[in-house]
Design a binder for this molecule. Structure first.
Ligand SMILES: Cc1cc2nc3c(=O)[nH]c(=O)nc-3n(C[C@H](O)[C@H](O)[C@H](O)COP(=O)(O)OP(=O)(O)OC[C@H]3O[C@@H](n4cnc5c(N)ncnc54)[C@H](O)[C@@H]3O)c2cc1C
Length: 391
């Protein structure tokens, strides 16, 4: 397994789309452009300037399936033809008022309904701060008391989450819960733990929590989680990721003068991630792994472990997941070899999904990330196609 076959990796992309992908990755690999672009995008959207079309035709089209569910379903179908499953998400973030939160819940329910009718959509997802205010999650995570009004608002958050879970169970679609900033995560972890206690008592876990291994404390957290699940007799669903909020985490720690919860280096994150991965693989009888990563080494670590332990490539307890528009060489080569692969497929109007897009662009500026590899593979495929046409 080498993820090198670019013909398989980019089979869904026309020459034009591939060239566009090349230009976008080239552009967002430059930190200064991403910083300027992120700020510019916010201004452009606020003022409704015509430049909007440029964002729509570039970063948006690369990382987002479309404005509405119908657009996304077309993407889901094309992925399914290559043996890649999907989970859809209306990617609006950090809702600030009750109406927006109710709207987000409706979107989750809608994707659950679509997922129920479609074998290519075995999971759905929600982000807790789309269903409740950041302010409440922050207070709850810090153990601060809520006032009477906040208590009522918190009840409504819990009602929205319960409604999503009950509907998911009714429609038999499993649910992932995203991980967020560390100062919000303690409340999210507590909620997801109670959901796992309630819903994960069957053979398969139904609710999955996300664990960010760029956090220094997460290996201990994982160990405790396994112990709790074993003691209380429920299954764990774990989406393992490195973590997407590194700059925000480090900036806040600096500003508020507390030690950053994030590993001191990329290498330390990688070691922590491997340790988490090994722990999960050693306890597959108790859990199911959902590996959310574009890192080839991490992916290979799991593939090798499966080979060594004689697990079939389509083993039901191991999922490999990448984001739409990224790491296609991993997704499609794994899928062609029979592994369970699932893409995160976000959709929504440009204005709403902007924070998600800016995060993707920021992530791709890291020289230690996967962008140079992605660029090389796209270049290789463009050359291969040119040569094939010439001969
Ligand atoms: C399917 C899927 C679901 C996801 N869901 C979530 C989610 O719910 N919550 C969330 O937070 N993220 C989520 N992510 C994003 C994820 O956390 C990573 O940001 C992203 O995947 C890049 O990490 P990587 O493993 O692909 O590979 P790599 O490119 O090898 O790693 C990059 C990551 O390493 C870490 N890193 C980079 N530099 C340093 C440094 N100097 N010091 C310490 N650590 C460093 C950061 O976490 C960075 O994102 C998801 C990703 C996928 C593919």
């Amino acid at each position: 397994m080498k993820f090198e076959d670019t013909k398989i990796a980019y089979a869904l992309k026309s020459d034009q789309e591939l060239f566009r992908a090349y230009l976008i990755f080239k552009m967002i690999s430059k930190q200064i452009l991403v910083r300027l672009g992120g700020a510019l995008a916010l201004i452009v959207l606020r003022l409704g300037l015509p430049l909007k079309a440029i964002f729509r035709k570039t970063v948006y089209q690369q990382f987002c399936a479309g404005q509405a569910e119908d657009d996304s379903l077309k993407v889901v179908e094309s992925l399914a033809r290559l043996n890649v499953k999907s989970y859809m998400h209306f990617a609006a973030e950090g809702q600030k008022n009750e109406k927006g939160m109710d709207e987000s819940m409706k979107r989750v329910l809608e994707t659950l309904l679509l997922s129920k009718q479609n074998n290519a959509l075995p999971f759905a997802v929600f982000k807790a701060t789309a269903l409740g205010s950041v302010h409440l999650f922050e207070k709850q995570s810090a153990g601060m008391p809520l006032d009477a009004e906040e208590l009522l608002a918190w009840d409504r958050v819990m009602d929205r989450i319960t409604e999503c879970c009950e509907f998911a169970r009714q429609e038999n679609v499993r649910l992932l819960v995203d991980a967020e900033e560390s100062w919000l995560q303690a409340a999210i972890d507590e909620i997801v733990l109670s959901l796992m206690r309630k819903y994960n008592t069957g053979k398969q876990p139904f609710i999955f929590n996300t664990v960010q291994m760029y956090r220094k404390d997460r290996l201990t957290y994982l160990k405790t989680l396994f112990q709790t699940a074993e003691n209380e007799g429920f299954k764990l669903g774990i989406k393992l990721v490195r973590g997407a909020y590194i700059e925000k985490e480090n900036d806040r720690a600096l500003e508020k003068a507390y030690p950053s919860p994030i590993c001191d280096s990329k290498q330390e994150t990688d070691i922590n991630f491997d340790a988490g991965l090994d722990l999960i693989l050693s306890k597959l009888d108790q859990c199911e792994l959902f590996l959310g990563s574009h890192n080839e080494k991490s992916t290979m670590r799991v593939v090798q472990w499966m080979n060594e332990n004689k697990l079939s490539s389509d083993h039901a307890k191991i999922w490999f997941s990448q984001l739409y528009g990224m790491a296609d060489h991993i997704s499609f080569n794994l899928a062609a070899a029979g592994y369970q692969v699932i893409k995160y497929v976000p959709y929504g109007p440009l204005k709403e999904v902007l924070p998600y897009l800016i995060r993707r662009a920021e992530e791709n500026t890291s020289v230690q990330g996967q962008t140079p590899r992605e660029l090389n593979l796209i270049k290789k495929e463009l050359k291969r196609r040119k040569k094939a046409k010439a001969s």
